[in-house]
Design a protein around this ligand. Sequence first.
Ligand SMILES: *[C@@H]1O[C@H](CO)[C@@H](O)[C@H](O)[C@H]1NC(C)=O
Ligand SMILES: *[C@@H]1O[C@H](CO)[C@@H](O)[C@H](O)[C@H]1NC(C)=O
Ligand SMILES: *[C@@H]1O[C@H](CO)[C@@H](O)[C@H](O)[C@H]1NC(C)=O
Ligand SMILES: *[C@@H]1O[C@H](CO)[C@@H](O)[C@H](O)[C@H]1NC(C)=O
Ligand SMILES: *[C@@H]1O[C@H](CO)[C@@H](O)[C@H](O)[C@H]1NC(C)=O
Ligand SMILES: *[C@@H]1O[C@H](CO)[C@@H](O)[C@H](O)[C@H]1NC(C)=O
Length: 390
Amino acid sequence: MDLFKLFACLGAAPALGVFATQAVSFVPPASSPLSTSANYVGINNGSLPIEQIVPGRVFDRFIQIWLENTDFSVANSTAEFRSLAERGILLSQYFALTHPSQPNYAATIAGSFFGIADDSVHDIPSNVSTMVDVLEHGGISWAAYMENLPADGFNGASFSSVNYVTPGAADYPFYMRKHNPPILFDSVLKNPSRLARVRNFNDFAVDATAGALPQWLFVTPNMVNDAHDTTIDFAANWLQFWLEPLLEDERFNNERTLILLTFDENESQNQNNNIFGLLLGGAVPSSMKGTVDTTYYTHYSAMSTVQSNWGLGCLGRGDTDPVMSNVYELVASATGFENNPVSGKKIPLTNASGATPGPLNPSPSLRTPWPAANSSAICAGGGPVIATPL
Ligand SMILES: *[C@@H]1O[C@H](CO)[C@@H](O)[C@H](O)[C@H]1NC(C)=O
Ligand SMILES: *[C@@H]1O[C@H](CO)[C@@H](O)[C@H](O)[C@H]1NC(C)=O
Ligand SMILES: *[C@@H]1O[C@H](CO)[C@@H](O)[C@H](O)[C@H]1NC(C)=O
Ligand SMILES: *[C@@H]1O[C@H](CO)[C@@H](O)[C@H](O)[C@H]1NC(C)=O
Ligand SMILES: *[C@@H]1O[C@H](CO)[C@@H](O)[C@H](O)[C@H]1NC(C)=O
Ligand SMILES: *[C@@H]1O[C@H](CO)[C@@H](O)[C@H](O)[C@H]1NC(C)=O
């Protein structure tokens, strides 16, 4: 494929940022996915330690890669995504939880977005547990890799750096806190050893090269590579640059790796929130490559699937919701988890913004106290409800 093909940013979609009126072509931020680069900003401080691998039922490593604001049909009709779908399991009934971006990122590790309906800075109180607690309780190592994060654990709302895409232009806000799940939670923000696991892409390069990638990874590309300020074709070019070579690299993807490539939300808010989700990696058996799984999933499914795979505890929030937390069939069929057959009109409408009550809902009439976790919830992994941070 021609990585440097010029294309125009089309349409009047709200996702388009300052590039809306100018043609931009993909520019690789580094010479290869495992090279460090000044474009990634934050220097590397040394790799994470190589930690003990806790074996799971279906996979030993789970890597989530989130792109931005794209309808299912748009991704599914883009050549690079079709090509990847031939190598994985397409989740055709995968739905985001709400709009805009930030609440989806918060919910995917907390099992709730607590009523958030904006992209403003929120500090979720230190008594709210997240997947970080569930993982650490089970001895599963984790890290979040944020492209263009200026320093590990950086807590600014955004960060602008040299515009390597349009040389000579002003510094560009490539990094956004709203797309960084762990940093939204004080249980991470106020804990230095956890903060050191909120890392940038120079750390990724060094960790992967050292064979030190943890067992649970969340990967957020920058605001151009994730399609937020650009187009699906720009993100497709980034996948060709970054993901394609890594799929062939044992330090990232081996026969015990499961990768979820997905989007935070659907672009067309007047329709329900169906997004493209694709399971890739060596843990997908050859016989299932190029297949479609039509089970209803949401972002909560990434939590329940991880819990089911490793026999972990849970949060007793959305991750145990009887409708919204189906476990990927690839894993459910191995662990005996019974999915709920939700389809058609029974699929909840999750395309509204601000309609869900919660402590961070902007509307006073929909604001509630901080909810307690459901301490009698049944965890997909059979472990305990982890109601407060470790
Ligand atoms: C995704 O695209 C393929 C190829 O065009 C098509 O056959 C398939 O029906 C699409 N999937 C869905 C669920 O629309
Ligand atoms: C390197 O580590 C130090 C000490 O933990 C920290 O203050 C600094 O922000 C780190 N630098 C980067 C670029 O992450
Ligand atoms: C959500 O989608 C449904 C149909 O899919 C539509 O009827 C409804 O108006 C949408 N809601 C919003 C808030 O756009
Ligand atoms: C957004 O998702 C809905 C599924 O609920 C889908 O019908 C619709 O096609 C998507 N929007 C667009 C414009 O593709
Ligand atoms: C958590 O802390 C908030 C205040 O930050 C408080 O309102 C809430 O009751 C606490 N929740 C629990 C379950 O202790
Ligand atoms: C808590 O979980 C239990 C067990 O699944 C369920 O029966 C109960 O309805 C849940 N409570 C709430 C408030 O959701």
